[in-house]
Design a binder for this molecule. Sequence first.
Ligand code: UDP
Length: 370
Amino acid sequence: MYDYLIVGAGLYGAVFAREMTDAGKKVLVIDKRDHIAGNVYTETKEKIHVHKYGAHIFHTNIKEVWDYVTRFATFNRFTNSPVANYKGELYSLPFNMYTFNKMWGVVTPEEAAAKIEEQKKAAGITKPKNLEEQAISLVGIDIYEKLIKGYTEKQWGRDCKDLPAFIIKRLPVRLTFDNNYFNALYQGIPMGGYTKMVENMLEGIEVRLGEDYLLDRAKWDAMAEKIVYTGPIDAFYDYSEGLLEYRSVRFETEVLDKPNFQGNAAVNYTDRETPYTRIIEHKWFEFGKDDEGKDIPKTIISREYSSEWKKGDEPYYPVNDEKNAAVYAKYKALADKEEKIIFGGRLGEYKYYDMDGVIAAALGKIKEMR
Ligand code: UDP
């Protein structure tokens, strides 16, 4: 008999397992995949750590979370500075003075601010109600049309008018020459890859891979006092309250016989016509003396295609619009009545968490239980 059965060996599950084990509890972690680390999983090919389920750049402003992760990995000094490619024109991201200069020829912050204000006024937006209005009021119509509209509609498969404003607020807008994508005090990539970091978190803890909890629930439930479930909450309830929508992502990964394909870890293709949203060149996540992949003569790239999730696909992004919020509220009401089950993580809570948010949530849940 275990105190905790943890379903899912991603970040939520790994943090929970570590903390409970350290508190003297008997813990078993299972995962239906044949590897740990959930979607932060990295695999090593040609000495390069390939982010198999999409780019993950760790960033946080929460000191407790940074102190926590640095117990399990040394982080390099990678700073995310994606480049946007709009029909061959290159722009700096996030939106900053380099972007404004290239877009409008403006040179000073005042000129940039005036240009944004002028475009915002022309659009007549006072209170932004959706992503489109939010974007235009933050950066104006030109940037919206070249760098946001196409990318967002490809990524979410929905019109920008039908998406919540908060998604675009993830991106900073700055009147300085600063290409750092994140407003975070702490940022980097674990040297040796995320898989190694999660392996360190799970050290000494029993993990069984290739085990699908939902296929034999009675068996697993009988094995533990409490269950921590980090899979999709709608699947847990056999979709009784309706399907929650997710976006899925497909990656086309290629090893190229050249040392440098695009000169940057991430290039976003922001036009509507290019079928993929971005290309990741994994070696440029490496930074520092122990990350040797960046010096090899080959490179590995992944083209990222976004699609609507259907049963059997991997869910990546919850679609946090009103319709799904209403469905989720019904599942949440069921979850709140459970005495034996704790739901956590991006899928368990149907929330567009970043990695630090997931870790903070797991640590918070444990504190609450003490
Ligand atoms: N976004 C955009 N253009 C870009 C990059 C991002 O319009 O070149 C928008 C898009 O709506 C996206 C949101 O900003 O969904 C958040 O982007 P982020 O890079 O944070 O998404 P993630 O890395 O989680 O996929």
